[in-house]
Unconditional design. Structure first.
Length: 579
């Protein structure tokens, strides 16, 4: 993970040990006696958790934690000099609970994290489930003569997907700006209500023109939702806790496909009821479900850890002690989270500076290309199954194996990322997974058994979904709340642009085997492997260069740099990029 090194203390920030302060090298302006007095007054800190025994599990790290021992980890707030540099601004909504001397036990922290999981994370899961239910049911509609009913071709379908992704992309930054101004607790439920209305209104689709118009509206309403929710979750979780939560967050994507397949199997049987097509009932019923979730979200999303009280929740979710622990453990992990109020807007100049930050460009490039190799086969899975002779019910049910496999590989990839602490190795696995399967599909002929085709495509579509790893990677390397807000949107815009590209690789004149399209996918997969390697070299090179300068300085020189530098966020010489 990315780290920020302090200059004059024995600290551990994100698992990085900083050299002990040499009093003889301290700046003459620093009051030694005052610093010593500060150190004498503060309570003892907790030791970083260590793995049980000497065996580090491949899938998870089991920590030995005495519930009654101190959990408070060393941070920049334990040194009087760096305390003032990183002290939360009074405008920060949780500033009244900040206490550099606060201490708590592992038992208390674990209890609070479980409470946050149930009250915050579970509902985030349900909201994302609703998003994917509404944006992916077009795939199930395809199995019910959707294209024929609207007198469209697969090229029209591709155009609709392209317009959806384009509008989704264009809405990313505006949505983040609105969310940062009014608060994600207000904007996210508003988004859900708006897009659910568009979703169930697809019941009245008549032709190609109405299909394209509704895809544009749906994409524009849903754009920005994902980075908005991720920013919201970062208010409650530390940087080490968030990646695993994001993995489960994206499991909802697969659960929407899994449950959506079962729902579609039943709902599409309503075809011809009252003379109405089954896909119309699908859009109507699932859109109304999302509408209900959107309304409930207004009541189930508190603005922050210290703002859970409301007229319908007079006692709030957390007591004062719990609020102190939540706020201080998050800030000790990442002091930059107190940079802005949760209802503080971003300036246009900030957006430009983040966009021009060349240190983030490799991650944007990966966002653009990493999903292309698996995008077309996944999008066309149900349509391909219908073309192979499977009926509507069979086509929907046959998507279940790849969905279950996708959940398993997603979680394993995210666990692996944390265990080996390497974003590049965990992320590039997708490319090595896809390459041999794409080659196999390219070699298929019209005589290939439909069950062989189904098995290989299901394996391909069950790829390790490493998007949560890269989202957390981009967030970590952005550092501050303001830059993280913008960079999350920019990264997701590149991901949506990737979807636009992938939705146009399989063309009707290349059907049904799409041999030309599969050649393109194989080439892009090989290119991605090279990009991951270059990204590893890029961030490793920056870190080594910065470490050489930083380690050569005395503690006095380091403190002088921190006090006088105009560098911000990930530009600082004591910042280390994750890779």
């Amino acid at each position: 993970m990315a780290t920020v090194l302090t200059s004059d203390a024995t600290l551990k920030k994100a698992g990085v040990t900083v050299a002990e302060l040499d009093a003889s090298d301290r700046d003459s302006k620093t009051d030694i006696n005052s610093a010593s007095s500060f150190t004498d007054e503060i309570p003892p800190l907790g030791a970083p958790p260590e793995p049980t025994g000497k065996v580090r599990s491949m899938w998870w790290t089991r920590f030995s934690r005495d519930p009654d021992s101190i959990a408070t980890q060393p941070s920049v707030f334990d040194d009087p000099a760096t305390l003032e540099l990183y002290r939360p601004s009074p405008r920060y909504e949780n500033a009244h609970r900040f206490d550099p001397k606060a201490r708590w036990t592992w038992g208390e922290e674990m209890k609070i994290v479980r409470k946050i999981d149930w009250r915050i994370m579970v509902w985030a899961f349900i909201m994302f489930f609703s998003l994917d239910l509404d944006r992916s049911n077009i795939s199930q509609a395809n199995t019910d003569n959707f294209l024929q009913d609207l007198h469209m071709t697969t090229d029209d379908f591709n155009l609709g997907n392209t317009l959806f992704k384009l509008c989704f992309l264009l809405a990313e930054l505006p949505s983040q700006m609105v969310s940062k101004r009014v608060g994600p607790d207000v904007w996210i439920p508003s988004q859900m209500v708006l897009w659910s209305i568009v979703s169930f209104a697809q019941f009245w689709l008549k032709n190609r023109a109405s299909f394209l118009a509704f895809r544009c509206l749906l994409g524009f309403m849903q754009g920005g939702f994902i980075p908005d929710v991720i920013l919201y979750l970062s208010y409650f979780y530390t940087t080490k806790e968030l990646p695993l939560r994001l993995a489960w967050f994206w499991v909802s994507n697969y659960m929407a496909s899994l449950i959506g397949a079962f729902l579609a199997t039943g709902i599409l049987r309503l075809r011809a009821v009252n003379g109405i097509a089954g896909w119309k009932w699908l859009f109507l019923i699932e859109g109304l479900l999302t509408f209900a979730v959107g309304i409930l979200s207004f009541f189930l999303m508190p603005p922050s850890p210290t703002q859970t009280k409301a007229w319908y929740r007079p006692n709030g979710w957390f007591n004062e002690r719990e609020e102190v622990i939540m706020v201080n453990r998050v800030l000790r992990d990442d002091p930059s989270k107190s940079d802005m109020h949760n209802r503080e807007g971003l300036k246009f100049s900030k957006m430009i500076s983040v966009l021009m930050d060349w240190r983030m460009w490799p991650l944007y490039a990966l966002g653009l290309t990493h999903m292309i190799p698996v995008g077309p086969p996944a999008t066309y899975l149900t349509l391909s199954l219908r073309n192979l002779g499977f009926n509507t019910t069979e086509s929907n049910l046959l998507t279940i194996p790849s969905t279950v496999l996708g959940i398993i590989t997603l979680l394993l990839a995210c666990y692996l990322s944390e265990v080996i602490d390497s974003r590049v190795i965990a992320s590039v696995l997708l490319q090595f997974w896809a390459l041999p399967l794409l080659i196999a599909i390219y070699l298929f002929t019209e005589q290939t058994s439909q069950w062989v085709y189904f098995a290989v495509v299901s394996l391909l579509v069950g790829y390790p979904y490493i998007h949560p790893i890269q989202v957390a990677w981009a967030s970590t390397n952005s550092y501050s709340v303001g830059t993280r807000t913008v960079s999350a949107s920019i990264y997701n815009m590149f991901v949506q642009a990737s979807a636009i590209v992938s939705s146009n690789i399989y063309r009707s004149d290349d059907a049904p085997l799409y041999r030309r399209g599969n050649r393109v996918l194989i080439g892009i997969t090989c290119m991605n492997i090279a990009i991951y390697f270059l990204t590893w070299l890029f961030y490793r090179g920056i870190n080594l260069r910065r470490a050489k300068i930083w380690d050569a300085w005395t503690p006095k020189q380091r403190q002088e740099y921190l006090d006088t530098t105009t560098d911000e966020g990930n530009q600082k010489l004591n910042f280390r990029f994750a890779y």
